[in-house]
Design a protein around this ligand. Structure first.
Ligand SMILES: Nc1ncnc2c1ncn2[C@@H]1O[C@H](COP(=O)(O)OP(=O)(O)OP(=O)(O)O)[C@@H](O)[C@H]1O
Ligand SMILES: [Mg+2]
Length: 233
């Protein structure tokens, strides 16, 4: 009884000491859950709208196809087959993009630099501006570092597409004996980093500090943006 009473007393004391800390953690985890939920919503929408639509299209075309085959209309059969092929191709594209979003398999298969180059290429395809990756990464990096760099570049390029306006972007990764340096620079619209901070930049900060690294944003309205990350090796 005595021990229990003492434990309860200690626990209550500790609890009140750390109540502010706890509140911070609760807020953070609430944001994390919200972010996770957002991600799930977008995956679900993608699955429903893109993959579901295409597969329904395939089903309809297959029904048409069998009608045409029965009727012996060769030209119609060929046209329907082409239609089915297109629908399946678009589904494959969506599934591949979703898989990449969830886990960049490319990182494991090809390594960091090709994966970053792929990202830059995709961005320049979508937004009609160019992306460039310069590198100097010699030795094999720890898995955590590769994932961190990949995700940071993903968010930085996402921000560039969303916020920077039409301009150029350059990604550089440089390996030194003791550390890894990453920069993402654009010459676009710019912003005030002390006032504008959302989940994206916060997520970068968290990833980087988890690995004991440093993260800095240099930007002013009208003056482009520079993201710098240093990770100790
Ligand atoms: N490259 C950039 N050029 C201009 N403004 C930027 C750039 N990157 C970020 N910003 C500004 O900083 C804000 C915060 O960016 P952050 O990535 O944290 O959040 P977000 O992009 O608005 O939302 P989310 O990343 O969650 O989709 C943005 O809303 C935007 O105003
Ligand atoms: Mg963002």
């Amino acid at each position: 009884m005595l021990l229990a009473a003492f434990s309860i007393w200690r626990i209550l004391g500790l609890e009140s000491d750390s109540s502010t800390h706890l509140r911070e953690i609760q807020q953070l985890s609430a944001r994390l859950v919200a972010a996770q939920e957002d991600e799930r919503r977008s995956i679900s929408r993608e699955l429903h709208d893109e993959v579901g639509q295409s597969l329904t299209g395939v089903l309809v075309e297959m029904a048409n196809l069998s009608t045409s085959i029965r009727a012996g209309d060769v030209a119609a059969v060929a046209a329907k087959a082409d239609e089915v092929k297109k629908l399946v191709e678009s589904s494959i594209g969506v599934v591949r993009n979703m898989a990449l979003l969830l886990r960049p398999l490319m990182l494991d298969d090809l390594g960091l630099v090709p994966a970053l180059e792929w990202q830059a290429r995709e961005v320049s395809k979508r937004s009609g501006v160019w992306g460039r990756v310069a590198e100097n990464v010699a030795q094999q990096l720890p898995d955590e570092h590769k994932t961190c760099v990949y995700r940071v570049v993903q968010e930085a390029l996402h921000n560039y597409v969303q916020h920077a306006g039409t301009c150029n972007v350059a990604v550089t990764v440089k390996q030194e004996p003791e550390r890894l340096l990453l920069t993402v620079r654009d010459d676009g619209r710019g912003f005030d980093p002390s006032r504008e901070k959302g989940m994206g930049l916060l997520g970068i900060e968290e990833r980087v500090s988890h690995l004991g690294g440093a993260f800095a944003v240099e930007s002013r309205p009208g003056n482009g943006a520079l993201l710098q990350v240093t990770l100790p090796l």
